[in-house]
Design a protein around this ligand. Structure first.
Ligand code: AHR
Length: 520
């Protein structure tokens, strides 16, 4: 369909009015095919927990050291050691929950190394991510301080692989017991009389791999042993997170829950890790490698459905929440960039923004099955929302993934709605919708690079009376925001045609549009 044809009046509703931040329609030079979508405003799925937009930070490359923590004496502008610009970007985005300190690093981390006077903290070798030494200047207190600064709830991943149940129960007591025990008094002496009240605790990380190379049966035994001693010290009830599978490994899940049957302290949550590998360097994707990577989000949605269905057979009341506490794109690493900026530093492009949007749309559609999801990772590593020019560089930028999260943010806390559309392509149109009182939010993503779309969206069960939309778009899937040019990919206002029971939007290739509509 030609662009001019795509501008015909939308036939879904009688009275069509144009509500837009822009009154003039922007014309895109693309061929547009019409797609029909139905949003069922009267068919709720579940509340979209803000925690589905969580984040993950590891002691890896320049994510924690250099990216978020530069130290109080750094020439880089900082707030008590935290990189000011990173803090501002993360606070602005509103990260609901932050997982730390790993990742693989977590099962080789001993929390006592990171408390007390900084000059007395031991230097340790980070064996997973380059065998460099860390001075432990970023420890538990610094992590909690960061969470407070950016408004995130802390989620600590405990050490099962090389630690002991006592070490982990002591960390919980140190963080959560109000006062009067030796450990809580030590916390107070270290500057925090107030308990940290950390609720979320990971009982290991990837224990099928870097967390100890365990079988599901051995891990289930370890989980049971550790969990016995993780108590609600001082009344802070804990959400214990068990290590789930790598991608959609149903065998791990089945054997873990079989082994755990009858255990008195089953986990509160169970976390799958799901990475979307890329065969190209971040800014050198081809149509084929991009399509292959973006298609993995359909596989992730299938994994959520299948893992939850299997968990339901053990846990029909869904007392155990399914999480994905690591997800995101993991592209081919460019050695010169890793050398310059840190391990697993990858540029974030328009393709990566589409990937972030596809993931967040999946989480919104599957909100009834998910408890928490954390993108890997927050700053400078893998699918980062903030990039700095290395650990010592002064500059920081919001990535296109930051903007994708921002575009999907209006759904947080709202009720996910059923959406139907005809397209069965793994890489095509992606839709999510949510509602709260008199507001309807619809996110439409065109993941195709070669085809525009005119989306006619029928709204059932409610009447729309107006609205606005924003778009994130760039025709080049390898385009990115750079330190010299940080605003190449930023959202703009976008026209949306709103009828009483219909909405129409033009989606250029590679675009994310969120429309926020008023309901009559
Ligand atoms: O996020 C990078 C690594 O990926 C984490 O350390 C590990 O948990 C996963 O394999």
């Amino acid at each position: 369909m030609s662009d001019s044809l795509s501008r015909r009046r939308f036939a879904g509703g009688a009275a069509i009015s144009l509500f837009s931040a822009l009154t003039a329609r922007k014309s895109f030079s693309f061929q547009a095919r019409t797609r029909s979508v139905a949003v069922h405003a009267d068919v709720p799925v579940a509340t979209i927990r803000p925690e589905l937009d969580g984040s993950f930070a590891e002691h890896l490359g320049t994510c924690t050291y250099g990216g978020m923590w530069v130290g109080k004496n750094s020439p880089i502008p900082n707030i008590n050691g935290y990189r000011k610009q990173a803090v501002e970007f993360l606070r602005e985005l509103g990260i609901p929950v932050l997982r730390w300190p790993g990742g693989c690093f977590a099962d080789d981390y001993h929390w006592r190394d990171g408390i007390g006077p900084v000059e007395k903290r031991p230097k340790r070798v980070n064996l997973w991510w380059g065998s460099y030494t860390e001075d432990n200047s970023f420890g538990t207190h610094e992590f909690i301080g960061l969470c407070k600064l950016i408004g995130a709830e802390p989620y600590i991943a405990g050490n099962v692989g090389s630690g002991t149940p006592q070490e982990l129960r002591d960390w919980v007591e140190y963080c959560n017991y109000p006062s009067g025990s030796t450990l809580s008094d030590e916390r107070a002496a270290n500057g925090s009389p107030e308990p940290f009240r950390v609720r979320h605790w990971g009982v290991g990380n990837e224990n099928w791999g870097c967390g100890g190379n365990m079988s599901p049966e051995v891990y289930a035994d370890n989980y049971a042993r550790f969990a016995t001693y993780l108590r609600p010290f001082g009344g802070t009830s804990l959400v214990l997170v068990a290590c789930g599978p790598s991608s959609n490994d149903l065998d791990w899940t089945r054997r873990f829950f079989d082994s755990l049957r009858g255990h008195r302290r089953p986990p509160n949550a169970y976390s799958m890790h799901f990475y979307s590998g890329g065969k190209s360097y971040a800014t050198k994707f081809t149509v084929e490698t991009m399509r292959e990577q973006l298609a993995s989000f359909a596989a992730m949605e299938k994994a959520i459905i299948q893992q939850r269905a299997l968990m339901d057979s053990y846990d029909p009341d869904r007392k155990i929440g399914l999480m994905i506490d690591e997800w995101g794109v993991w592209d081919r690493m460019a050695p010169e960039e890793e050398k310059r900026y840190g391990r697993l530093w990858q540029q974030i492009t328009m393709r990566s923004a589409i990937a972030a949007g596809l993931g967040l749309n999946v989480f919104r559609r599957q909100a009834d099955k998910l408890y928490m999801c954390n993108i890997a990772q927050t700053v400078n590593v893998l699918h980062a929302v903030v990039l700095t020019d290395g650990g010592n560089g002064m500059r920081a930028i919001r990535t296109p993934a930051w903007y994708a999260f921002d575009l999907l943010k209006p759904h947080r806390g709202k009720t996910s709605l059923r959406v139907d559309h005809e397209s069965a392509e793994p890489v095509g149109l992606s839709v999510s919708a949510s509602r709260e009182a008199n507001q309807l939010v619809v996110t439409l993503i065109n993941a195709r690079h070669d085809e525009g779309m005119r989306v006619n969206c029928a709204v059932a069960g409610a009447q729309a009376s107006g609205g606005t939309a924003r778009i994130l778009h760039h025709p080049d899937f390898n385009a990115c925001n750079t330190f010299d040019n940080p605003d190449v990919i930023v959202p703009k206002a976008h026209p949306v045609e709103v009828g009483r029971s219909s909405v129409a939007v033009d989606l250029p290739p590679l675009s994310i549009v969120t429309a926020v509509l008023a309901l009559a």
